[in-house]
Write a protein that binds this ligand. Structure first.
Ligand code: PMP
Length: 434
């Protein structure tokens, strides 16, 4: 398999630079939190595949829902047609959406996180053209990650991803991340600085800005940079005051990962556009969605005739099989109180990890709910990779982001499995820093 893989497959980020070993692990099957490779090894999946599984792999009731759907309808276009499972999923998503000073009342489906971010960006810009604009600018956070399509890269804050493609990117205004603190600075103090900077940006450029896009409370791909909820609360007020839409990208943080259904709920904020993907189908199939307010939707209906539509609609939008997986996942999450279990799992993870804060190799442990980053002190080359490789030798599958080791287990992980995860990390750290 490895020889054939090397001959035929072009992997993300071009081949082996990101493997933990010189050659990729060939995954054969998976069940619950366990991955099995073709060489007969078993690993505890400590990162929910790529932050997607909720119950783990092959939860029997989600499997059954997909099979049932397959017996009825595999695919139908959502352009000029609809189907029950797509409607039911939209209703369910709106029922579990964050609530507060506004209501999310429409669901637009897309394929994955990046394409849903594109939808939100296009919607926000077009909304401005039909209301208070056109306003061609977006405000984005430094360190942000919103996906790898051109629009999503444009509103990201990782220079490496901008460098090569810069002439193709949208123009944006950067706001210093509220998650990047100076030594000794509190999260609240840093949030206050970012709020002041946002005020200045909006005072100067507000009438050119259609939206502010943020990963609420946790910037995941930046290495689980957490920030104070004050920032999001103030961002909500300031964007409203300037007629700017607030986009919360909950691709990573949503669907229970932070111990609430949505990270925005930690700040009691309802965005104008909420982007969800990853965990929504329980990790089974690609499906994402943008939830919007009626006010956004109505701007498209009330627009001059030519613009009275949103010019977007891809082939697999609202895929019935993916929608069936998502519906089963969300129902099962409600029936089993999975979000509360995720909160408790996060607490246990935090408690078990706490002693590691004193480890000579650990710079900082950052966590909200189950989303956890353990930043390690560089020692030699690719320290994060080496820590994860040693953990893998101990039967635990985790991945680094630079020098931050990410733990993001399936939400239903059992206590003994949490212990195995943390023990493997601790053992791996001892090996690297011995
Ligand atoms: N937004 C955020 C916050 C993400 O973490 C990611 C993926 N890690 C994306 C968007 C892109 O999602 P996808 O990889 O499904 O395109």
């Amino acid at each position: 398999w490895r020889r054939r893989d090397a001959a035929a497959v072009w992997h993300p980020f071009t081949q082996h630079s990101l493997w933990l070993d010189d050659e990729p692990t060939v995954v054969d099957r998976a069940e619950g939190p366990w991955l099995y490779d073709v060489d007969g090894n078993r690993y505890l999946d400590g990162v929910s595949s790529l932050w997607v599984t909720t119950f783990g792999h092959r939860e029997p009731r989600i499997d059954a829902a997909i099979r049932d759907q397959l017996d009825r309808l595999d695919h139908a276009t959502f352009l000029g047609a609809t189907h029950p499972v797509g409607i039911e999923l939209a209703e369910r998503l709106l029922a579990v959406a964050p609530r507060g000073d506004r209501e999310l009342s429409k669901v637009f489906y897309a394929g994955d996180g990046s394409s849903a971010v594109e939808v939100a960006l296009k919607m926000a810009y077009q909304y401005s053209t039909q209301t208070n604009g056109p306003r061609p600018q977006f405000i984005r956070l430094s360190q942000a990650y919103h996906g790898d399509t051109l629009g999503a890269v444009s509103v990201g804050g990782v220079e490496l991803f901008h460098d090569t493609y810069r002439p193709l990117l949208l123009k944006t205004l950067e706001l210093g991340s509220p998650g990047v603190r100076r030594p000794g600075q509190s999260a609240a103090e840093r949030a206050a600085e970012s709020i002041e900077e946002l005020k200045r940006l909006l005072a100067e450029h507000g009438d050119q800005v259609c939206a502010l896009i943020v990963e609420p409370l946790v910037q995941g791909a930046a290495g689980m940079l957490t920030h104070h909820p004050d920032f999001l609360r103030a961002a909500r007020e300031l964007t409203d005051a300037h007629g700017v839409l607030l986009i919360c990208d909950e691709v990573a943080t949503g669907v229970g990962r932070t111990g609430r259904m949505w990270a925005s709920q930690h700040a009691d904020v309802v965005p104008d556009l909420l982007v969800t993907a990853k965990g929504i189908t329980g990790g089974y199939l690609p499906l994402s969605a943008v939830l919007t307010t009626q006010a956004v939707y109505d701007a498209f209906l009330g627009a001059p005739a030519r613009a009275r539509t949103f010019f977007h609609g891809h082939t697999y939008t609202g895929s019935p099989l993916a929608a069936a997986a998502a519906l089963a996942n969300l129902r099962l999450m409600a029936e089993t109180n999975l979000v509360d279990r995720a909160a408790r799992l996060g607490d246990r993870l935090g408690a078990r990890l706490a002693p590691l804060a004193e480890h000579p190799g650990v710079v900082e442990i950052r966590r909200l709910g189950t989303m956890t980053g353990v930043e390690v002190r560089p020692r030699g080359e690719r320290t994060g990779v080496r820590v994860c490789r040693f953990a893998r030798n101990r039967g635990v599958w985790i991945r680094p982001l630079g020098d931050t080791v990410i733990l993001m287990p399936p939400l239903g992980l059992e206590d003994t499995q949490v212990d195995m995860l943390v023990d493997a990390l601790a053992g791996a750290l001892d090996e690297v820093y011995r």
